[in-house]
Each structure stands twice: as C-alpha cells, then as structure tokens.
Design a protein around this ligand. Sequence first.
Ligand SMILES: NC(=O)c1ccc[n+]([C@@H]2O[C@H](COP(=O)([O-])OP(=O)(O)OC[C@H]3O[C@@H](n4cnc5c(N)ncnc54)[C@H](O)[C@@H]3O)[C@@H](O)[C@H]2O)c1
Length: 319
Amino acid sequence: MRERILVTGGAGYIGSNIAAALSNRPGTDVLVVDDFSSGDWRNLIHVDCEVRACDCADPALLEEIAAGAFAAVFHEAAITDTTIMDQRRMVEVNTNAFASILKASCTSGTRVIYASSAGTYGNSPAPNRVGHGEEPENIYGFSKLAMDRVAARWYERHPAVLIGLRYFNVYGPGETHKNEKDGNKTASMILQLYEQRKAGKPPRLFKYGEQKRDFVYIRDVVNANLAALNAPRSGVCNVGSGRARTFNDIVDILSDNLNNRMETIYFDNPHSFYQEHTEADLTDSNIILGWQPEWSLEDGMKEYITLLEQGHRGPLEIY
Ligand SMILES: NC(=O)c1ccc[n+]([C@@H]2O[C@H](COP(=O)([O-])OP(=O)(O)OC[C@H]3O[C@@H](n4cnc5c(N)ncnc54)[C@H](O)[C@@H]3O)[C@@H](O)[C@H]2O)c1
C-alpha cells in the first residue's frame, strides 16, 4: 500500500526540502499544496510530487484530510515575512487555517506535524525552553504561539499525534527565492552575507556583530520532521542546533570557505526590537522526537557554500 502525504507550503523553502526527502522515501506519494504567495515553482523542478495551487485551508482539501486521504500532514504554509504588521491577516493565514486543518485531521485521525517558530520566545533569555518565556515581540511570533495553543487544546481529544516544531534560524539550500522578492529580503544571514560577498561588497553587520543566534542546517530540520512521523506522543519541540553563534562567526566561516577576507562594516541597528541571543534547549526534542542535530555551523555552511558555488538552487536532492 502506498502512503500519500500532504505538504502545505511545499513550494517554499522548508516545505520543498521536506517534499524532496519524502519523495525519495519508498512507497510514498507527495501532494504539495501552495498558494505561491512567497514560495517559488523552481523549488519543485526536481521534486517528484503532485502540485496543487490553492489555499492550505481550501474546503476541498479539508474534506480530503477529513476523509483520511493522507497518512500524515506536514503543515509549513504561513506568512513568513516577520515584518508584516497586518494583525488580522497574519492570524487568519497562520492560525485560523491551522485550526481548520486540525479539525479536519481529527475526523480521520491523521497525524499533523506543523511549523511553529523560535519567534514565540521573543527576546526572552536563552536557552529557550518550551513552556518558558513565550513572549513574542511581533504578530508573526504571536500567530505561531497561538498555533501551539490551538494544538494543545486538541491533544486530549485528537486520535493522532500532533507535533509542533519550533524552528530557530534555518539555513541551507532552497531559500534563494527569499532574497529575490522586491523590498524585504528574508533569507538567512548566511545567504545574505554570501550574496553580498559575491557582489564584491564588504560584509555589513549591526554593531558589533556579536549578537547570537541558533543557526540550524536544513538537513537537521528535515530529519526532525521525519522523526516526528514516529513520535509516540503530541507536543511542541525546539528545532535548533542547540548552540548560539555570532554573526561575526558567519563572516569568518564564509571568508575561510571563499578564501577571501574583507573588513566588516558595522552600522547602528535601526530596529527597536532585536533578538540578542537565541539558543534552543533540546531536552524535549530528544525525548519526544528521539532526534538531535548533527550538523555544526562549520559543516553546514561548507556544504551550502559548495552548492551555491556550483550554482545549485532549490532544495537538497539527496537525503
Ligand atoms: N525559515 C526559517 O528560518 C523559519 C524559522 C521559523 C519558522 N519557520 C516556519 O517554517 C514554515 C516554512 O517557512 P519557510 O522558511 O519555508 O518560508 P517560505 O515563505 O519559503 O514558505 C512558506 C510557503 O507557504 C506558502 N503559503 C503561504 N500562505 C499560504 C496559504 N494560505 N496557503 C497555501 N500556501 C501558503 C508560500 O507560498 C510558501 O511557499 C513557515 O510556517 C514558517 O513560519 C521558518
């Protein structure tokens, strides 16, 4: 019997990597659903899957979920631009749609694995631990925390396992489209600094580049999603490397890999809100998912930069 798995937001960065990994899995058929609001068709060129352009809460799709058409749902669709301030739109797209998916999945008993975010922690002191310091600083982070709360209300009465994954700063192949939008560039700092360097420009960082982030490589993120397929109970899990690194570290690793060093230009941070330090506590992730990250920033950036130098775009093809 073949298994059909739904990936919402599958034309986006993380969704296309999950779809690529699932499509390599024996006996698995993948349906990607995307409204193409921020995703890109080019991410799916080499992914063997069915594609449907529609909203992730499209009534016909919800009926299919309720009828048990899918062995599991990976829900990645969301407004992902954290600078969008339209509160109603953010909650409608991110939270309401997810609530509809959970309701439909309850009817059929379908497992749902969904993307939450480290944005739920706002500027709370690191290490960031599920159930502690959840004080989002923007409507995006709030919409993700609201998703976790909706899911928690279903835990007792939902026949299947529900897993929320709080991604930290994800980087790696498949995010190029995020830097090609007009105006706001939303790709990882790793890609942004790489592109600046390739344009012959010196690295530019907020003063003095010592802000720390938990950067997690896309392979680890996909592996956490796949591990969630076997998680024995519902819950929310952090998905990070478990180690905070500075923006100066990224510039150094980039310089080492490109064999070219340029003086960093430091400038004043114009944002009133800015996370100074994020770092995932992985205790619950180890227990619930039986997963832990395997890629150091040095190793992840090395593979990523090698692929960028070869002109690769789109998700990783080999998982
Ligand atoms: N990239 C990160 O570092 C990061 C960190 C934390 C959380 N996340 C979460 O991970 C998920 C995937 O993010 P990403 O980085 O791949 O971003 P992305 O923008 O590349 O992917 C999101 C995808 O969802 C699609 N989409 C948006 N609204 C939709 C709707 N209503 N119906 C159907 N499709 C819709 C977009 O077109 C896009 O393809 C999101 O839920 C995001 O909030 C990402």
